[in-house]
Write a protein that binds this ligand. Sequence first.
Ligand SMILES: [Zn+2]
Length: 651
Amino acid sequence: MVDDLLGITGASDLENRSQAVLDACGEILGQIKSRAGEASGRDGTLRPLDEIQARLGDTRRTICLIRSVHPAADLREAAERCERMLADFASELALDRDLYEAVKECDPGALDAEGRRLREHLLRDFRRSGVDRDEATRDEIHQLHRELVELGQEFSRNILQDVRSIRLDGLEELAGLPDDYIAAHPPGEDGRITITTEYPDYNPFMVYARSSSRREELYRAFRSRAFPANIAVLRRILQRRHRLASLLGYSSWADYAAEDKMIGSAKAIGEFIERVAAAAARRSSREYRSLLDRKRRDDPSAAEVYDWEKSYYEELLRIEQYRIDSREIRPYLGYDAVKAGVFDFAARLFGLEFRPAPEVPRWHEEVEVLDVLEGGSLRGRIYLDTHPREGKYKHAAMFPIVHGVRGGRRPAAALVCNFARPESGGGSALLDHDDVVTFFHEFGHLLHHLLGCETDWVQFSGTSTEWDFVEVPSQLLEEWAWEPEVLQSFARHHKTGEVIPSDLVQRLRRARDFGRGLQVRQQMYYARLSLDYHDRAPETLDVERLSRELHSRYSLFGFVDGTHFEASFGHLEGYSALYYTYMWSMVIEKDLFSRFRERGLFDPEMARLYRRKILERGGSLDAADLVRDFLGRDYRFDAYEEWLDGERSVQ
Ligand SMILES: [Zn+2]
């Protein structure tokens, strides 16, 4: 139904199609209301309402994808307009009192368990939207939603469009970088080389470039993106979120946002962050000390390690202590081989097959479309858009397109990444092992979306579970990207065809533990920033100062004056106060993975249980219940703490 939107080329077509969806939804809404007072229940109210959610949701998700990846700027702009229009309708729907009454009237006694859960969730969401407030308040809420959509778009757009760069004087300043990176960055006519703040440029440069001053320059450029523009936008966003939360009867946006998550409250988020930060304290200090000791071999008078030196010295330590050099692995990780490896893995664990569907419309010729089959029958469709382009979303993410349900709509989703592109004139695009981990991660989301269709309701399909559970399936899949058996199934030298040596994989696994404590502390800086921006009255808040203070509290690397991370912290838009969710999910993930470790990573019974008890159920049960059903007990912190303490850390 929305598939053909993905091949659309005219901006006005996009707007007309969005309008048509709204008209259709409006008509269904009218029918629900016309039956008000009758005993309409499941078929008269819940079913058509779910249909509205399906149509509206599919269209919104597709438009969001187009806005994020379409090569034509006018289409991306039109998508922004459509997004506002659709969000506006969704906001009206959430504040529609007649609809609320109709849902309330559905007799729970006449519904099955899933139907009752749906009714409860709908009523909860209506109340959280403010449907039971007076008319003036509802108008203000609606206006605030509208402004927040626009501000959110502006915040993201400012980050997306602000690509900065530094200019190197010549090839000698690329010393340390891998050959394929150097080949992809030839000097211009003036002999100078441009390095941008885009990830495929930025990340390797921070790891490998020997020139510390150039790394510092690039780091400063990277941490100045969207500054100063986004500071003002951020202030407006925080102010409006706070106002919205107050209107709805909450003391802060953070409390509002946490209420329907596993964690439950802002206070619990704060406690969780402190618990994790404390658990990582000893290890991170030890790791920092190792970096400083290493730096002192280059510069005996060094008193600290700067933030732009972190990745560089981490890499040096990995090379020297674990004899592992990321550049040594890259030749084994050709993009096509990795992709085939991920597909084979999904076939082996879940019996899925992927078949190219070249006739299906898509937004760019590089996008690959594949049908997903199981036992010969069609289960869904995926779109792979995996290389960077100008104007394209910069991170890696799974974008749901169609949410599937039992015996009905088939799921579709796009996997959007920014892996290095094959050099022009052939050659193989080589990935870092980190990219392979990212591929598995996003594929974990994709599988959750594709398989999570054992529900009657779109509302509960796939990844529509509690937000702080969403990263569990993706983080779990990352574990396989470190397994020798998995890596050796696809990683072959792109020139010689040699399988990645066991010894290299073993060294890679040993080296991965280093830096874990530092990374967790860094994550807690992000999580605390996200929380603290939203747990107080915005009038008292100095967003720049708070960012600086929290950086100093959680990161072991000194704050670099003149940088403004908060201006390009894209998650503040989508996640608001909830950045903690990544680490929260990881606590659960480590617990689940301990079962696979006991029983074997390819144990068919474990794969079946995990699929049946967790993935397939989507959001049709509380996440804590899914986990209890799988583990046979509640989740615990133990496996995570063991992972964090790690026996193999550097002394
Ligand atoms: Zn994820």
